[in-house]
Design a protein around this ligand. Structure first.
Ligand code: NAD
Length: 312
């Protein structure tokens, strides 16, 4: 039997991009669920009709009925409102926490053993809400943002250094917010050579700033939040789990003492396998990065506590 992945919010920009990424590579059969049920059916049919072209046998269907999602191996949640120019991701908390609560209640009812990948913003608080509502172990509630933010960091590093992005290894940890994401310069490498050999401290600072406001830059240009790179990043996470690849990428998870943090959520390096977030790796941070990471955890915790109040 084929694997089954459900994408809730899949009629929207990010969800449809994730679903297409999964179907294109024939990673699983895909169920697109959306409150806009007719649009979900149409978006799914369009994707199904792309499968003969991409050479995929994935079955794709769209609906508003969660019964169709029953026994999914993975459920990706992108439902919610995206930010508009001038908004911060945190501004979305009031609206999106309610949607996250409703959606996760349905998901856990129909797919009690699934691995959840949360994409909706404000990301770190939404991962908390999903974990609270489902009661799943932390291995099965994973936030998608680190792959995206790291891809943006790698892109800006490659452009500044004038090298192929393929040889740039770099990650972003902490929070998925403009203010509190932490691009880890101390561990960033180009072809196994530290980035400081390629770029001056001033240039590196410019790259860090561009990365941090990467999402806002796109929201300003497009008029709504980006979806190509966010969708591709989430599809990469699905692939790592479906194919049990053991990829090590930054994801948002609950910390149980790692990095000196307990009962809080942050983006950290995670091994993704068939078990979900199988393992967390602690790395050495510079003093400035440590301070920024601590600030990120505090910001996430503040938002988490507001969401906890909503949940009652
Ligand atoms: P979108 O408006 O295009 O899509 C959202 C979809 O959710 C819509 O189709 C809508 O009908 C659906 N929806 C709303 N309420 C629902 C409910 N109760 N049940 C089922 N479906 C529901 O927005 P988008 O650009 O795809 O963004 C989706 C979310 O992802 C936003 O919260 C956005 O901020 C977030 N996002 C996160 C990242 C990341 O890296 N984590 C990146 C980009 C966007």
């Amino acid at each position: 039997m084929n694997r089954k992945v459900t994408v809730v919010g899949g009629a929207g920009n990010v969800g449809a991009t994730v679903a297409r990424g999964i179907a294109d590579k024939q990673l699983a059969d895909v169920v697109v669920i959306d409150i806009a049920d007719q649009k979900a059916a149409g978006v799914a049919l369009d994707m199904l009709e792309a499968c003969p072209i991409s050479g995929s046998d994935s079955r794709v269907m769209g609906t508003g009925d969660y019964a169709e999602s029953a026994n999914s191996d993975i459920v990706v949640i992108t439902s919610g409102v995206p930010r508009k120019p001038g908004m911060s991701r945190d501004d979305l908390l009031n609206v999106n926490y309610k949607i996250m609560q409703q959606v996760t209640e349905q998901v856990v009812k129909h797919s009690p053993n699934c691995i959840l990948i949360v994409v909706s913003n404000p990301l770190d608080a939404m991962v908390f809400v999903a974990k609270q509502v489902t009661g799943f172990p932390r291995e099965r509630v994973i936030g998608s943002a680190g792959v995206l933010d790291s891809a943006r960091f790698r892109t800006y590093l490659a452009m500044a250094a004038g090298v192929s992005v393929e040889d740039v290894q770099a990650m972003v940890l902490g929070a998925h917010t403009d203010k509190d994401m932490v691009p880890i310069v101390s561990a960033a490498m180009i072809g196994n050579v530290p980035v400081a050999k390629f770029l001056s401290p001033e240039k590196l600072q410019e790259v860090v700033e561009s990365t941090k406001k990467g999402g806002a830059t796109l929201t300003g240009l497009i008029g709504t939040s980006a979806w190509q790179a966010p969708g591709a990043g989430t599809a990469l996470m699905v692939e790592a789990i479906v194919r049990n690849q053991g990829r090590v990428v930054p994801c948002t998870v609950e910390l149980h003492g790692e990095f000196g943090v307990k009962d809080a959520f942050a983006g950290v390096p995670v091994k993704l396998s068939a078990r979900g977030a199988e393992r967390i790796y602690e790395i050495e941070l510079s003093a400035a990065e440590k301070e920024a990471f601590t600030k990120a955890v505090a910001a996430n915790t503040e938002l988490m506590n507001i969401a906890r109040g909503f949940l009652g």
